[in-house]
Design a protein around this ligand. Structure first.
Ligand code: ZN
Length: 122
């Protein structure tokens, strides 16, 4: 798949117009997202920009996206959402929520995706 075709499919499937869903195109799109890091990162950046989320202060686009996905509609950490796999607090601490019904979080010091040291000002 070339990048232009990927961008067309991205426009189609990020527009929330699921009425015109064509499974063959959609499979092609999601496979390209998984196989091509350049396409994946571009698509994630496009989604974050469209949502007005500033991803520039994160170690990588994947972390930025997971933090974006961890907030609810009011911009608060969405503790009840089992799809959330990463939290970040205002003090810069990152952690993986334990999905056992409580509020436990396993703090992490390095990004699981890019390996960056997440320590802030110590
Ligand atoms: Zn990272």
């Amino acid at each position: 798949m070339d990048f232009d075709r990927f961008k067309k499919l991205h426009d189609k499937y990020s527009a929330s117009d699921w009425n015109n869903l064509e499974m063959s195109d959609f499979s092609e799109y999601t496979e390209a997202m998984q196989e091509n890091k350049e396409f994946h990162d571009w698509a994630v950046k496009s989604n974050l920009e469209a949502a007005g989320f500033d991803y520039s202060n994160y170690c990588c686009i994947t972390m930025a996206n997971h933090i974006f996905l961890s907030y609810d509609d009011n911009g608060e950490i969405d503790h009840g959402n089992h799809d959330v796999i990463m939290h970040k607090w205002e003090d810069g601490t990152y952690g993986i929520p334990v999905q056992d019904g409580g509020g436990s979080v396993v703090k992490i010091k390095f990004c699981p995706w890019c390996g960056s040291n997440l320590k802030t000002d110590e």
